[in-house]
Design a protein around this ligand. Structure first.
Ligand SMILES: Nc1ncnc2c1ncn2[C@@H]1O[C@H](COP(=O)(O)OP(=O)(O)OP(=O)(O)O)[C@@H](O)[C@H]1O
Ligand SMILES: O=c1ccn([C@@H]2O[C@H](COP(=O)(O)O)[C@@H](O)[C@H]2O)c(=O)[nH]1
Length: 240
């Protein structure tokens, strides 16, 4: 491990929606390229990295169900959307000289390895960036829960939720311009105050397994390395 860095192994959850950049669908190559650069930078500084990417830039099961589709089919489409995002990130990382492996929770052998916990740990120990795709593999979950689950399974030191807001606020900052940001919260405070920055199942899993979580703004270049150095970027959620 690098002497200057605070973390040895992290699980990074990237918002699918944020990959769109200024578009309203899909992936902006500039956004995914910049994120790949930041991930490679911390890997080269000896941080071991697992990544979960959401699918909100393509499909969400709940949205498809609201439009009349069977919910489980919609969730399958959402999970497959996360596979597409992971493949795009694998490509972006490899184009920049990094090493990455997509591991899917749904068997899709022609395009990705299966998620096998011990192999995943081996990949990240060897400096490969493991991209955990297809969420948990089960409908009615989200990639927030998948990220909490994978962070715990690979014994990460920290779960990072990279999003479009710079932390957790007392109300949704996208809707309330006077919302106030927290520096630090306990898991129970997030759940009791119904702070909707991450789903409750994911927070409860982190709480039960004492997985520290930091929510930060991924649109600010350099934030990932700042956090690795121990800077208090965003909001920390832990046992308090
Ligand atoms: N109390 C709160 N503090 C901060 N953000 C909040 C809060 N309540 C709701 N939000 C909203 O939560 C959103 C988190 O969004 P993000 O797109 O990262 O999540 P996601 O749905 O997990 O990602 P994906 O796009 O991959 O599905 C922010 O855009 C913010 O507007
Ligand atoms: O474990 C999981 C994870 C995800 N899904 C479905 O995929 C979409 C996209 O994920 P987001 O977390 O919303 O970005 C999600 O809406 C679900 O429909 C799932 O079913 N199971």
């Amino acid at each position: 491990m690098s002497d200057q860095l605070k973390y040895r192994r992290i699980l990074l959850k990237l918002s699918g929606e944020a990959l769109m950049g200024d578009a309203d669908y899909g992936i902006d190559p500039k956004v995914i390229g910049r994120l790949a650069d930041e991930i490679i930078e911390i890997q080269r500084a000896s941080v071991q990295i697992g990544v979960v990417i959401g699918g909100g830039n393509i499909f969400r099961g709940a949205g498809l169900a609201a439009a009349g589709m069977d919910r489980v089919t919609g969730d399958h489409m959402g999970m497959l959307a996360t596979v597409m995002n992971a493949l795009a990130m694998q490509d972006a990382i490899e184009k920049r000289g990094g090493f990455a492996r997509v591991m899917s929770a749904i068997q899709i052998h022609d395009v990705a390895e299966d998620f096998i916990r011990r192999r995943a740990i081996r990949h990240i120990e060897k400096g490969r960036i493991a991209l955990f795709a297809a969420g948990t593999g089960n409908p009615f979950f989200t990639t927030d829960s998948a990220a909490a689950l994978r962070a715990i399974e690979v014994s990460a030191d920290l779960l990072l939720k990279a999003t479009k807001v710079d932390g957790v606020y007392d109300a949704d900052p996208a809707k309330h311009s006077n919302a106030v940001r927290f520096e630090r919260l306990s898991y129970d405070q997030v759940i009791e105050r119904k702070l909707a920055v991450m789903d409750t199942a994911a927070i409860a899993l982190c709480r039960d397994q004492r997985m520290p979580l930091r929510i930060y703004d991924m649109t600010v270049p350099g934030n990932l390395m700042r956090i690795m150095r121990g800077e208090a970027v965003g909001t920390l959620v832990d046992a308090g």
